[in-house]
Write a protein that binds this ligand. Structure first.
Ligand code: PEP
Ligand code: MN
Length: 365
């Protein structure tokens, strides 16, 4: 149910209305970005039973604070895009996602050596990335695979973040990871394997930080959006969704990049949606075309696994690309954003590492 409030409403009148809504079992949510000084409020049913639609409507109609009931239909969840609602814009460091802004996230699958991370961070930033990725608590399929550097890796990420001047996103696997991760990072990632981990979603929602939520590998778009709803309803306003491919039957690629769902999500939700061509393809040679496809379908950003020595990456080596190839992808994104009337966000000129500072290593692509 969508209400239009009277203009210049006194706070006490708004509080009284919101109190009544809550008594009726409806949680009020003010929609942002509505033009013309109009205040629209969406009412979302809570678990409280006994909401009688007819009685609710007549009670609300009688309220001084309500100018009109715009839509008496069933209330929508917080993720849903109301008619004409603009994109939510999420800012992380210099990155901006949504509202016509496209940002690039890049870095290794997992953090390994400090000089390697420093080098790749400088190079991806010089190529146009505004956010550095790098896992330290890794959700590996096999218990015998590299599990990440853990807390030592967090300290390392923090040092590289300061040295290079780039915001950092890293994955949290359990609630106990959150406090220490927020000390050194700018955005928390919830990985594909944890998309349905509701205790983790609830705790991350309380962290007061932007969240990158990856789609579960067998999740429908509705399940994905409802996972985001856990974050939004728990108090997190800055959620970026990431399509990273779903399970298919063809082993030619690691996953199936679901571009149709990216297009659908851009309609169904106001939240930014980014594309991860790396986990979708699972192969370095397909990252560039899939990245182009993601931008073409309307995503708000790309997240790409980049390593200066791809074959030496401790996890997901087959899909790691060189910084040089990442620079080509950034060039594609710029061309495509211009054609689409969007803005590709670049790191500010004074914060980009000089070529000298970024040049010590040779690359094997
Ligand atoms: C990752 O980003 O390295 C990762 C583990 O991704 P996903 O959760 O999509 O598998
Ligand atoms: Mn990975």
């Amino acid at each position: 149910m969508l209400l239009k409030l009277r203009k210049n409403l006194a706070p006490a009148d708004r509080d009284a209305l919101f109190g009544l809504c809550r008594e009726l079992g409806l949680e009020p949510r003010t929609l942002t970005g509505v033009s013309g000084g109009v205040e629209l409020v969406d009412l979302i049913p809570t678990d409280k039973a006994g909401v009688d639609p007819a009685r609710t409507l007549s009670l609300l109609n009688d309220q001084f604070a309500v100018a009109s009931i715009v839509d008496a239909g069933p209330a929508s969840e917080r993720f849903a895009r109301a008619n004409g609602q603009p994109d939510t814009i999420v800012r992380v460091g210099e990155a901006i996602f949504g509202g016509g802004h496209v940002s690039l996230v890049a870095g290794p699958c997992s953090v390994d050596e400090e000089d390697v991370l420093l080098d790749v961070a400088r190079r991806v930033k010089a190529a146009g990335a505004t956010l550095l990725r790098g896992g330290v608590h890794k959700p590996r399929t096999s218990p015998y695979s590299f599990q990440g550097l853990g807390d030592d890796g967090l300290a390392l990420l923090g040092r590289v973040r300061e040295e290079v001047g780039i915001a950092v996103v890293t994955e949290v696997l359990e609630p106990g990871d959150i406090a220490k991760t927020r000390e050194v990072c700018d955005m928390l990632q919830i990985g594909s394997r944890n998309m349905i981990n509701t205790p983790l979603l609830r705790e991350v929602a309380k962290a007061g930080m932007p969240v990158l939520l990856k789609r579960g590998m067998t999740a429908t778009s509705k399940e994905f959006l409802l996972a985001a709803e856990y974050l939004l309803s728990g108090g997190c306003k800055e959620v970026v969704l990431c399509e990273r491919g779903i399970r298919g039957f063809d082993s030619a690629t690691r996953n199936v990049l679901d571009l149709g769902t990216v297009a659908h999500l851009k309609q169904a939700t106001h939240l930014p949606v980014i594309v991860d061509p790396s986990h979708a393809a699972g192969r370095a040679d397909l990252i560039r075309p899939l990245a182009r496809a993601g931008v073409a379908v309307g995503c708000d950003g790309l997240i790409v696994e980049v390593h200066p020595y791809p074959m030496r990456a401790k996890s997901d080596a087959e899909q790691a690309i060189s910084p040089d190839l990442f620079a080509e992808i950034a060039g594609d994104a710029l061309t495509m954003c211009r054609a689409l009337g969007k803005t590709l966000i670049a790191p500010s000129a004074d914060s980009v590492a000089t070529p000298e500072a970024a040049a010590p290593l040779n690359y094997i692509s």
